[in-house]
Design a binder for this molecule. Structure first.
Ligand SMILES: Nc1ncnc2c1ncn2[C@@H]1O[C@H](COP(=O)(O)OP(=O)(O)O)[C@@H](O)[C@H]1O
Ligand SMILES: [Mg+2]
Length: 335
C-alpha cells in the first residue's frame, strides 16, 4: 500500500480514475489548504523586511506598551509598520492604538489590518472578541490555527517592520509563530527592574534558544520616575525616596531641577543582559502618561511626540535597529 491518500495503481497497468473516500478527500483538502497557507506565509514574509517578537517572562511588565511604543517610534521615522497582537488573555493593543471596539475586517477571504495612530497597521486577537470583558478559553489547536491564519491570511502589504506582541511567559504562541513565519529577526525581552521579573526574563532568554530565534536585546521598563520642579536658583534640594533614601540635587541658575527616583531597583535589566551576553537596548522611564494613554486611546508617543518617553523609545529603537542585521533569521524549519 502506498502512503498517498489516493491510490491510482491499476493491476493492468492503466491509471484508474481516483476514487477517494470522504476521509481521503478531507485529508487532501487539508493538505492543500496547509500548502496554500505555507506559500502565502512565505509570500507575505518576503514583503515584510523585519519581524520582531516582543516577549516577557511575566505579565504586566509593559510588553504591550513597549510593542506599541516600538511600532510608533519606528513609524515616527517614516517607516511602514504593523503590529500583530496575539495576546488573547489581555489584548490591550487596540486600545493603546486608538482602535478599541474594532472587529476583524475580511474581504474576499483575506484579513485586512486596521490602521491606528501614525498609520500603523494592527491585527489583534481582540478583533475577534464580541466583548472584551469576556475571557476567551480556546482549545490549544484552535488558538494555534487562528495564529497561523493571522499570519498567512492577512494583507499586510509591504512593511518595514512587523512587531509581534505575545501573551506573557513561554507558551505555545511564540513557538507557532517561529515555526510559521520565516526569517524572524529576533526577540526583544521586556522586564521591570524587580528581581522576580528579572528571574522570569532569564527564562525567556533560555526559551529563545529552544525557539532558535536570537535575542535582539533586553528593555528595562518602568525604570525610574523623574520629578522636575522649580526652586530658588542654586538652592540644595532633598527628596525623600523609597527605602529610606534621600536624593539630593541643586537647582540650576533658572531654578529648575529634576531628579529620577528608582521606583523598583536600578539597572537590573542591564545586569541580566550582561549575565546572558545579550544586548541591553535601554531603559524606559515610569511615565503615568502611559497608563492614561492606555485608558483614553492616545499613546504617549502620540500625545507627546517629543517628550521624555518618546525620546527614550527612540533611543531603544535605534539600539534595536543596530542589532538587526540583514541576514539574521529563525533557524526553525517552517511547517
Ligand atoms: N513605563 C511605564 N510607565 C508607567 N506605566 C506603565 C509603563 N509601562 C506600562 N505601564 C502600565 O502598566 C500596565 C501594564 O502594561 P502592559 O503594556 O499592558 O503590560 P503587559 O503587556 O506586559 O501585560 C498598563 O496599565 C500600562 O499603562
Ligand atoms: Mg500585553
Amino acid at each position: 500500500m502506498s502512503d498517498s491518500p489516493v491510490s491510482t495503481h491499476d493491476p493492468k497497468g492503466d491509471v484508474a480514475p481516483a476514487e477517494a473516500s470522504p476521509q481521503e478527500q478531507k485529508k487532501m483538502e487539508q493538505a492543500y489548504a496547509q500548502m496554500k497557507r505555507k506559500m502565502s506565509m512565505e509570500e507575505i514574509s518576503k514583503k515584510i523586511k523585519h519581524k520582531v517578537m516582543v516577549l516577557s517572562g511575566k505579565g504586566g511588565v509593559g510588553k504591550s506598551t513597549v510593542s506599541t511604543g516600538l511600532a510608533l517610534s519606528l513609524a515616527q521615522q517614516g517607516l511602514s509598520v504593523g503590529i500583530l497582537d496575539i495576546d488573547i488573555t489581555g489584548p490591550n493593543v487596540p486600545k493603546m492604538m486608538g482602535l478599541d471596539g474594532r472587529r476583524l475586517h475580511v474581504e474576499s477571504g483575506r484579513i485586512h489590518p486596521a490602521q491606528g495612530h501614525l498609520g500603523v497597521k494592527v491585527i489583534s486577537m481582540a478583533f475577534l472578541l464580541d466583548n472584551e470583558d469576556t475571557p476567551v478559553v480556546w482549545r490549544g489547536p484552535i488558538k494555534l490555527g487562528a495564529i497561523q491564519q493571522f499570519i498567512g491570511d492577512v494583507e499586510w502589504g509591504n512593511l518595514d517592520y512587523l512587531i509581534i506582541d505575545f501573551p506573557p511567559g513561554t507558551s505555545d504562541e511564540p513557538l507557532t509563530v517561529a515555526q510559521s513565519l520565516p526569517d524572524i529577526d529576533g526577540m526583544v525581552i521586556v522586564t521591570t527592574p524587580q528581581e522576580v521579573a528579572l528571574l522570569d526574563s532569564r527564562k525567556s532568554i533560555t526559551f529563545s534558544e529552544s525557539l532558535k530565534v536570537p535575542v535582539l536585546g533586553v528593555v528595562e521598563n518602568m525604570s525610574g520616575y523623574t520629578i522636575s520642579g522649580k526652586a530658588k536658583p542654586g538652592s540644595e534640594i532633598e527628596i525623600a525616596a523609597p527605602a529610606g533614601k534621600t536624593l539630593k540635587t541643586t537647582a540650576d541658575d533658572s531654578g529648575a531641577f529634576s531628579v529620577t527616583l528608582d521606583i523598583f531597583k536600578e539597572g537590573g535589566g542591564k545586569l541580566t543582559a550582561e549575565e546572558f551576553g545579550v544586548p541591553f537596548l535601554g531603559a524606559l522611564p515610569f511615565d503615568p502618561g502611559f497608563v492614561r494613554g492606555g485608558d483614553d486611546g492616545v499613546h504617549r508617543i502620540v500625545s507627546e511626540p517629543e517628550g521624555p518617553s518618546a525620546i527614550a523609545f527612540a533611543a531603544v529603537v535605534s539600539a534595536l535597529q543596530e542589532q538587526i542585521v540583514e541576514d539574521s533569521g529563525s533557524g526553525l524549519e517552517i511547517i
